[in-house]
Unconditional design. Sequence first.
Length: 179
Amino acid sequence: MTSSEPGDPTPLPDGSSADGPYGPPPPQNPYAQSASPAAPPPYGQPQPPYGQAQPATGPAYGAPEQAAYGAPQQPGYGYGTPVRPNHPSATTALVLGLIGLAGIMFCGGLTLVLSPFAWRIGATAVREIDASPGAYGGRDQANAGKIMGIIGTALLALGIVLLLVLIVFVTGTAVSTSP
């Protein structure tokens, strides 16, 4: 008498053998959907109508390789890549521009004297960021500081002109009324 081991195929009464301890594998469904659906067309491409098959894409079909969700893979961007540091003067220009313009409401315009410095520092930072692309970030901060510096400097110049006109008017009136 032969003993059968737990993993040995056991002959069945019809002459076939069971492939495992639980019997033969279930038959495959010929109508089953495939596990991987077709990739959506790239952004900006027209979508096929509902229910129609989408064209095959990928490197085998001549289309460029794409990352998840159809976005093209760009080197140097994503998880694990270092973030570019801001230019050291970008935040300084932004803060000086904000203080210069906010001083109009809170300090009667005395802080507008910071605006030319914001303009100069912001312009220098933008120039240095543009000269070495990829080395520094913060171009938007530096540019915002530069623009606020320009606005503040124009308001400062207008205030100085108005102050001089007021001084001339007051001294002219005082001189003409004296005997």
